[in-house]
Design a protein around this ligand. Structure first.
Ligand SMILES: [Zn+2]
Ligand SMILES: [Zn+2]
Length: 243
C-alpha cells in the first residue's frame, strides 16, 4: 500500500520570474503531473490549468483566492481541469466547451490513465482511483483563436493549437515573449494519439508556433525552457515528421 499524503502537503509552490508562480502536485509521477501556472496581473490574475482536482486548490493554495481570477483550461484532459469547478470564471476553447461542461472518465482520459500507479503517494481520503472523476465546470467564457485574456497590465493572446486535442490552446504574452503551451509542446514525450488527436492539426499547430518570437515556455508538463530550446524542439519534431 502506498502512503496517503495530507492535503497540506499535496501542492508545492514556487515563484518564478515575470510574476508567474508554478504550482505542482509532486506526488503524481512526472509524466502524468500537469503544471499549474498562476500569473499575477494588475486587475486580475490568471490560472492556467488546475491539476487533477484530488485536493482543493482554493483551500490549500491561498494564492488563488486572494484576488479576482480567471481559470483557463489549456485543454480538458483530467490532469488539467480537476479544480476548475472551484472557480467562478472559467475559460476554455469552443472546441472543448462541451467536455468541460460534461466530463466523463473516458472523454477526459481519466480512463485508462488514472490508477494508483501514477502516484508516488496517494491523495488524502476519500480518494480512490477507480471512482476518480472530474467535476463538471461549464465555461463562463468561450475562447477562440486571437482572443485576448486581459489582466489589466498584461495581455495574453489565445493561440488555438489543435492536434493533441481539438480545443488545445497556448497563451502568448507579446510584451514578455512568454508562452504557456499546454500539451501541444513541452520538453518531454508528446502525446499525439489520444481518441481526439489529429495528426494534420498537430503539424499545422507546430508550424504556426514556430513563427512566434518566444523567450520562455511554460508547458503543460515537465520543466520550463528557453526560446532556443523551443525552436530546437519544434524543428526537431518537424524534421522527424518530414523525414
Ligand atoms: Zn497533460
Ligand atoms: Zn493532454
Amino acid at each position: 500500500m502506498k502512503p496517503r499524503m495530507r492535503p497540506e502537503h499535496w501542492y508545492s509552490i514556487r515563484r518564478l520570474d515575470d510574476d508567474v508562480t508554478y504550482i505542482r502536485e509532486p506526488h503524481i509521477q512526472e509524466f502524468y503531473r500537469c503544471n499549474i501556472w498562476h500569473v499575477r496581473g494588475r486587475d486580475r490574475d490568471m490560472l492556467v490549468d488546475s491539476g487533477m482536482g484530488v485536493v482543493s486548490l482554493r483551500e490549500w493554495v491561498p494564492l488563488v483566492t486572494e484576488r479576482e481570477l480567471i481559470a483557463v483550461a489549456s485543454h480538458t484532459h483530467f490532469d488539467h481541469i480537476g479544480c476548475h469547478h472551484e472557480f467562478e470564471c472559467r475559460a476554455v476553447h469552443s472546441a472543448e466547451a462541451d467536455l468541460l461542461a460534461d466530463p466523463t472518465r473516458e472523454n477526459t482520459l481519466a480512463d485508462p490513465y488514472v490508477t494508483d500507479d501514477i502516484f508516488d503517494a496517494l491523495p488524502p481520503e476519500p480518494y480512490c482511483s477507480k471512482c476518480y472523476a472530474v467535476r463538471r465546470a461549464p465555461a463562463t467564457r468561450i475562447l477562440e483563436d486571437g482572443d485576448v485574456i486581459d489582466l489589466g497590465d498584461r495581455q495574453f493572446e489565445v493561440i488555438h493549437t489543435p492536434g493533441h486535442s481539438p480545443g488545445g490552446i497556448a497563451l502568448y504574452e507579446k510584451a514578455t515573449e512568454i508562452l504557456f503551451s499546454g500539451d501541444i509542446l513541452y520538453d518531454g514525450p508528446l502525446i499525439e494519439d489520444t481518441y481526439h488527436s489529429n495528426a494534420a492539426d498537430y503539424l499545422a499547430s507546430m508550424e504556426r508556433l514556430l513563427t512566434f518570437p518566444v523567450r520562455v515556455v511554460h508547458g503543460g508538463h515537465f520543466p520550463s525552457f528557453s526560446g532556443e530550446r523551443y525552436r530546437d524542439l519544434i524543428t526537431g519534431w518537424l524534421d522527424a515528421k518530414h523525414r
